[in-house]
Design a protein. Structure first.
Length: 460
């Protein structure tokens, strides 16, 4: 790949111009309670998958815009990434202020990703601080974070290396994780890529497995920032796909529709995130400057004045209003708005209501169930059960009786030809012992009546 520098995230450019600052957070770790990692997925403490759909907000530069959190929620977001400062570069956000931010996120039923921004571009930007200093910051405000593991993810440091000596990212990231765990943090931790967040040297990608293994709680989430380096569909899908193949959790922690280092392919970013069931956090709500004002989602922090970027992110295909689902820790299982579909990675219930009888002997059978619905869409689950003998693989087929059309699937390879649907097992869920079962899920759209199809199963 051509070496392309991402100079700064939009609001970082503001900080240079206006003397304001951003902060980075670390995510909670895998504990008895709290947000945690399972393979490529992020789960709530109750085991429900959670897919981030939200935006970044520069709280540390604009503390007077506290109402922006409520405005972001009103647009349908389920997550907000809050920019904080360690005090090394900009005004420190102390424990009292961070506790206030967390309380407001909880009141608004948002998951709060906290990030320490002072590390941005370390090694290339002389004003940036180290990941070690970011770890000091989190340890110093630990009193505000204890007990918030269900609601808060700690993004240790924003874009913690520029392009100079970026290979140091691996050891420094492992050290920061180790220090936070030793200090007693039971949160999921999020780590940003080097190369100004864009990882064009693939340092994070190629060392992610060892970084993940260095976390004694195995609860680290990787965050890629997609700007000009990610200007083609091939670059986006390849990068995301490699993390999923490796079984590691990835989120798109920042991205925009344009940038000074190139034109990111935001349509593919959004479509890929939705298809793969990974989270995204657009940059940024408002207040950008230094020539990147086009990254504002609303003009002048006014929620009634969406920009073209804001309208695309909130209202467009695969955008926030179409895909966000509120965290179930807040007591609900319904989408954040009446027309919001559930996330792509929500697993089906373990015992969905059967529409076909259980197997009598040999082969396999499949049961189909609608597990949730909204407006013109619904979520379904299919459970495959082996008969009296073990099977090595399975294929489930059905024909939609109405206007139903698949929009996303998980835990199966699914193809459609007109109204005919064929679902085949993945490599990890094809072999079933006698009487054992597995499930896959999907979302679909429909018009009129959502009639249940008849499903059949054949085994190998």
């Amino acid at each position: 790949m051509i070496k392309r520098r991402r100079w700064m995230s939009g609001l970082a450019a503001v900080a240079v111009a206006a003397g304001l600052g951003l902060a980075a957070t670390a995510q909670p770790a895998a504990a008895a309670a709290g947000i945690k990692v399972s393979g490529t997925r992020i789960l709530e403490a109750n085991g429900n998958p959670f897919v981030m759909r939200g935006v970044n907000h520069a709280h540390t530069w604009y503390p007077d815009r506290f109402s922006s959190l409520a405005d972001i929620k009103a647009q349908g977001a389920n997550t907000v990434r809050v920019v904080l400062s360690t005090g090394d570069r900009w005004t420190r956000n102390d424990a009292t202020d961070v506790a206030r931010v967390i309380a407001e996120c909880k009141r608004l039923r948002l998951i709060c990703v906290l990030e320490a921004h002072d590390t941005t571009g370390y090694g290339e930007d002389a004003a940036a601080t180290t990941l070690a200093r970011a770890a000091d910051y989190w340890i110093g405000i630990k009193s505000a974070l204890d007990g918030q593991e269900n609601y808060v993810i700690l993004n240790i440091g924003n874009e913690p290396y520029g392009n100079t000596n970026a290979a140091g990212w691996t050891a420094d990231t492992k050290s920061a994780i180790s220090r936070l765990r030793a200090a007693g943090f039971a949160h999921a931790l999020m780590v940003d890529a080097p190369n100004w967040g864009q990882d064009w040297q693939f340092i994070m990608r190629d060392n992610a497995a060892s970084v993940f293994a260095s976390d004694p709680q195995r609860n680290t989430i990787f965050s890629i920032h997609m700007y000009g380096v990610f200007d083609t569909a091939a670059e986006i899908t390849d990068y995301v796909g490699r993390f999923q193949t490796a079984g590691l959790p990835l989120v798109i922690g920042e991205f925009g529709h344009n940038h000074s280092d190139g034109n990111p392919d935001e349509d593919t970013i959004l479509a890929t995130a939705q298809a793969r069931g990974i989270g995204y956090l657009g940059w940024s709500w408002s207040g950008n400057g230094g020539g990147v004002e086009y990254l504002d989602m609303v003009t002048g922090f006014n929620p009634a004045q969406l920009t073209s970027w804001g309208d695309r992110l909130f209202n467009g295909a695969n955008g926030i209003k179409a895909t966000a689902r509120e965290a179930t820790i807040y007591g609900g299982t319904t989408p954040t708005t009446p027309t919001t579909p559930p996330p792509a990675t929500t697993p089906p219930p373990t015992t969905p209501p059967p529409t076909t009888p259980p197997p009598a002997s040999g082969g396999c059978t499949a049961t189909y169930a609608v597990t949730g619905s909204w407006g013109s869409g619904f979520q379904g689950a299919v459970t495959v059960t082996a008969g009296s003998a073990a099977i090595r693989g399975w294929t489930v087929t059905w024909t939609w009786p109405g206007s139903q059309q698949l929009t996303n699937t998980w835990n199966a390879t699914v193809t459609s030809s007109g109204s005919a649907v064929t679902a085949r097992n993945m490599s990890y869920n094809g072999s079933l012992a006698a009487g054992a079962g597995t499930s896959f899920g999907f979302t679909a759209s429909y018009a009129g009546t959502n009639t249940t199809p008849t499903v059949s199963c054949t085994s190998a």
